[in-house]
Write a protein that binds this ligand. Structure first.
Ligand SMILES: [Zn+2]
Length: 290
């Protein structure tokens, strides 16, 4: 049997989840208040490195005195927190290798700053008329200087789910995964679709399985670049798989013992579990704990 890199971190709460900062929404539309906050002696600005918020050796974010308070991130125990606008923001899978030691406390702030800065770097012009837009509300929207349309940072809902049948779980393997990795199936929610319908559709499309009893478990911001992962479970009506090989390299049923040994990272585990940053790991740990 193969042996996989060992990761035994218990992740019952989704990584990137948590209150992070007080977002202080009431200050956003108040230009004078924002200026006061930026000149507060306790105000700090996020440090960026290689297109992402810089992460210290201790897993914390790095802060310095404010020079460009374009994006108001919120208030941390009386200390106003800002970020400068970034020309280049990394937000794809390349970031995964850079967030290995990001602490869970810093993760929600990391996620919000990364998604927000990325949105500004790619949405400088009005989607309605094509003219340039300006940052308003402390960076939480942009207003067109020509047609006055207001545009908000996007959030893309994604369903991610475990289908269960007779005590076994359906997990899939995407072509780009590291060797041995299996994880929860997932897909974007489409316009005009409920979360429940999206879960059923994705499992039907990717594995040829009909499900019932879709149940919400937990959600997670996934800032690569701006997804909201909506974690669910569902009951499969049968176990005969028809895998869509355009989407997945493989999909299989795994027993409770197999899931347990994968999460524990023991030698001979039948697959490599998802990393601690992924809500798929939280879904697996909660299923096992239930
Ligand atoms: Zn416009």
């Amino acid at each position: 049997m193969p042996s996989f890199p060992r990761e035994t971190h218990l992740q019952l709460e989704p990584f990137f989840a948590g209150p992070g900062l007080d977002r202080a929404d009431s200050a956003r539309a108040d230009t004078e208040r924002l200026e006061q906050l930026a000149s507060d002696p306790l105000a700090r600005e996020l440090v960026w490195s290689d297109g992402i918020p810089a992460i210290g050796d201790d897993g914390a974010l790095q802060w310095r005195y404010v020079s460009d308070p374009s994006l108001f991130l919120g208030i941390d125990a009386g200390s106003p927190r800002f970020s400068a606008i970034q020309d280049e923001v990394a937000a794809g899978p390349s970031v995964f290798s850079q967030i290995g030691n990001l602490s869970q406390n810093a993760a929600p702030i990391f996620a919000a700053a990364l998604s927000l800065a990325r949105w500004h770097s790619r949405h400088r012009f009005c989607a309605n008329c094509g003219n340039s837009s300006a940052i308003v509300r402390g960076g939480w929207s942009r207003r067109c200087q020509e047609c006055d349309a207001e545009h908000y940072p996007r959030v893309d809902p994604v369903v991610i789910m475990l289908a269960e049948h007779d005590g076994r779980l359906l997990l899939g393997r995407q072509y780009h995964y590291p060797p041995g990795r299996y994880s929860a199936l997932a897909g974007f929610v489409e316009v005009g679709e409920t979360v429940e319908d999206a879960v059923a559709r994705e499992i039907r499309e990717e594995a040829g399985i009909e499900v019932a009893g879709v149940t919400y478990v937990a959600s997670q911001p996934w800032p690569f670049p701006s997804s909201l992962m909506i974690g669910c479970t569902a009951q499969a009506l049968d176990d005969a798989l028809t895998v869509d090989l355009a989407e997945l390299e493989d999909a299989r049923w795994f027993t409770r013992d197999e899931v347990k040994s994968a999460l524990e990272g023991v030698d001979g585990a039948p697959f490599q579990a998802p990393p601690r940053h992924a809500i798929a790991r939280t879904l697996l740990e909660r299923w096992l704990a239930a």
